[in-house]
Design a protein around this ligand. Sequence first.
Ligand code: HEC
Length: 404
Amino acid sequence: MNPLRTLNRIFHALPINLALIIMCVLWIVPTLGLFVTSFRDREAVRTTGWWTIFTPQPVVGETEYTTYCASCHGAKGNALPQANLSDPAIVNKYQRDYQLLAYLKQPINGQPHVQNPALPGNPNQSLPILGKILVYMQKLSSGGAKGPSLTLSNYVDALVGYKGTNSYLQDCASGNTAALLGLNCTASDLTSPAGMGIAMLNSIIVTVPVTLLVITLAAFAAYAFAWLDFKGRQWLFAILVGLQIVPLQMALVPISRLYSAVGMQSTFLGIWLFHVGFGLPYAIYLMRNFIGSLPKEIFESAYLDGANHWKSFTTLALPLSVPAVASLGIYQFLWVWNDFLVAKIFLTSHPVLTVQITNLIDPRGSNWNILTGAAFLSFIIPMVVFFAFQRFFVRGMLAGSVKG
Ligand code: HEC
């Protein structure tokens, strides 16, 4: 091979490759950041960026603690049993650095607790140092976590819908039931109405029947449009395709009024019907193009052999259109799973994942770390669905573009 030509080829492909790389980076970096953040604890999320987990970080206050306190209290804070600094009950007595300063000024056994000169500068200047020591003491008392520690607490908090200021696991461990707001640290918390567990169940209850119904109905209709001869077939199909331009938002008010008139508001049946109704036009269009592009001869020979429509539908049309069914299935599944608006309006008493995520965050937004876990919880199932069917996906995407 001519080396010049190879070089030429590489340079020609360069812009495309570069664009691809940039696109991948643009997609992957924020997702990776979110993913990493979802494993960091609340304090870490609030104070440092996610990228800091890749570089060793000095632990706040560790050097100050070793210089001024470790000689008596020990590196782990538990050398003095009466003053066990790794005990949360003791540390909580000194929420602020001036409280600690006041304590340190009291003599112990006739000796100054910490000689004032040992802390540099005047007592007021020593406050920042004490602040750092305090942070370190808090670290010690919360299990001696040092450096970047990864936890599942965001996931657990999201799963049970914890809204306190700490984390569910910590509050359960310390028996702080007041902060748990109705949760009781048993397995039943997994189904707490404010959590993602129950929301995931609701999402599945909404999504799976809708997807199955849309696929089944669309396959029937598509077969009819493609191979059944009846009057006005083209017109009906044109109207159906045209129906896709009706915006979903337009139907919200009339249909919710209709639902409340017949007592169907906030029922699963209501949302199933709505999603199926709005999913069908496109689904029929896609399936009809695929089934219609299957070779005519096989159907004709099947009819000649005496097969009726039902038989040729189940034994020919359906098996041959598996790629289209799979891609339609993925599409429909993701569409309904990610829907927020319809679920928010038609299913108020059974929040699905997308709706529950917005319920999770407290009004001041101080617990946004929980959203990272919630986000990943909400796309576990779509990911599974996607990877299970993705080998059909590319083939199915071409459905309708292939002429028979
Ligand atoms: C000279 C040794 C010594 C040094 C240095 C020292 N401590 Fe102490 N500390 C003690 C002793 C002894 C006690 C136990 C007092 C008692 O029995 O109540 C104590 C108790 C405490 C308590 C109170 C615990 C309680 O029961 O409420 C805190 C808080 C504390 N120390 C923080 C610090 C900090 C922070 C530093 C570093 C700036 C430090 N100490 C340095 C000896 C020391």
